[in-house]
Design a protein around this ligand. Structure first.
Ligand SMILES: *Cc1c(COP(=O)(O)O)cnc(C)c1O
Length: 405
């Protein structure tokens, strides 16, 4: 067990899919003195970060920022728009969708959990955890709901437990094709600022995000991007809310302020993050993540191991899930890699616990960081007794060298 005065030498490799490594620029920006959150300087900061985050969500409508983790913003989305006993259609793509569904239950809603049935013949893993949201299933269910009991469709954009993204525009088309009035809610906690996300164009009513993934900030603030329909729904929805209530936040945000003390230093960090992301250009940010993801997948393929995402069209640019062969405890491999090489990887969550680990390739990274990450994985897999088909590090080097940024 490490104590604080036995810090390992060199840099820790934080390759979990969030929190992601925080750039020095952001850490420095956050070290500025905390200011009066009712003073004139603060209003300037507030207006700037609110305008910037709208650009990242690609929306012209309000974005609420909470001093809370992503889970708080999940609750805010439901509490502002739903009434006790409302039916919500949620899609089971992995563990985060499952946790959101549990939250809906605890809030007194009636979640219906839709999934692709069956398990994968090769890996034994649930099929719904290897594929993106099936818009066809959503459409079919909504068409059957002639009385419009379903008040919201809730999907996860980038399922961080599996490394599968979903086609949000297709879910919107499914809702429209069924002529159904349900609100569309999207968890893009790990998608935003790493994977393409378009709030207004895709017709999303509430999007939820967090600070510690693509935005490269420490954990602690989270977001709800709204639509005019979501704001309308919040005026009549009956679930109790106070801290999360959009009305006061949206009102105070007009001047760049919040109804309560915001996370001032995290907002300094957000300001810096927005400068970095918008300065680089979102398309370049997305392309950078796609390229890293392809290099990491080339590595996993060379090892001869399966990737959790079974559909090449929806591989996550944020993380890659590596499935270990049956009988090999993926979590023991992950722990061994952490112990030996000071490299943190994501554990298998929920239904895939022990069957896979996750390599994060998001935020502040580069080719050599990812090659070192793959080297740590490759050494650890061999130490755990796996016979690998080939060198993933070599394959990733070839990929990165052959595909200049
Ligand atoms: C990280 C994450 C969450 C949970 O966010 P917290 O900040 O840990 O509360 C929810 N959904 C997804 C998709 C995530 O990646």
């Amino acid at each position: 067990m490490l104590t604080l005065d036995q810090h390992p030498s060199g840099r820790h490799f934080l390759q979990i899919p969030g929190p992601s490594p925080v750039p020095d620029r952001i850490l420095r920006a956050m070290s500025l003195p905390t200011i009066d959150h009712r003073g004139p300087e603060f209003g300037q900061l507030g207006l700037k970060v609110l305008a910037g985050i709208q650009q990242v969500f690609k929306t012209k409508h309000p974005v609420a920022i909470y001093p809370a983790s992503g889970t708080g913003a999940w609750e805010a989305a439901l509490a502002n728009t739903m009434s006790p006993g409302d039916t919500v259609l949620m899609y089971e793509g992995g563990q985060f969708a499952t946790l959101w569904q549990k939250m809906a239950q605890r809030l007194g809603l009636q979640p219906e959990f839709l999934a692709l049935p069956g398990t994968c013949a090769v890996t034994g893993l649930p099929l719904s955890w290897r594929h993106g949201v099936q818009a066809g299933l959503v459409e079919e269910r909504l068409r059957a709901d002639a009385g419009h009991q379903i008040k919201a469709v809730c999907v996860v954009h980038n399922e961080t437990s599996t490394g599968v993204t979903s086609d949000i525009a297709a879910v919107r088309r499914a809702i429209d094709a069924a002529h159904h009035p349900a609100l569309l809610m999207v968890d893009t906690i790990s998608g935003l600022a790493s994977a393409d996300y378009r709030h207004d164009e895709w017709g999303v009513d509430v999007a939820i995000s967090g600070s510690q993934k693509g935005l490269m900030l420490p954990p602690g603030i989270s977001f709800n991007a709204l639509s005019p329909r979501a704001l309308d729904a919040s005026r009549t929805a009956k679930l109790p809310r106070s801290f999360w209530a959009w009305d006061e936040i949206v009102e105070m945000n007009r001047g760049g302020y919040w109804p309560y003390t915001p996370s001032t230093n995290l907002l300094y960090g957000l300001h810096e993050s927005l400068e970095m992301l918008l300065g680089e250009g979102l398309d370049a940010v997305f392309a950078r993540h796609q390229r890293w993801a392809a290099g990491v997948r080339a590595g996993v393929a060379a090892w001869g191991l399966a990737i959790q995402c079974a559909d090449a069209a929806v591989h996550s640019p944020v993380l890659t899930g590596v499935v270990t062969p049956p009988g090999v405890d993926a979590d023991a491999v992950r722990k061994l890699i952490h112990q030996r090489f000071d490299l943190s990887l994501g554990t298998g969550l929920g239904k895939v616990r022990g069957r896979m680990f996750r390599i994060g390739h998001l935020g502040d990274s580069n080719d050599l960081t990812l090659l070192a990450t793959l080297a740590g994985c490759e050494m650890g897999l061999k130490l755990a007794g796996l016979k690998l088909a080939g060198s993933g590090v070599q394959a990733a080097m070839d990929h990165f060298a052959g595909h200049p940024a």
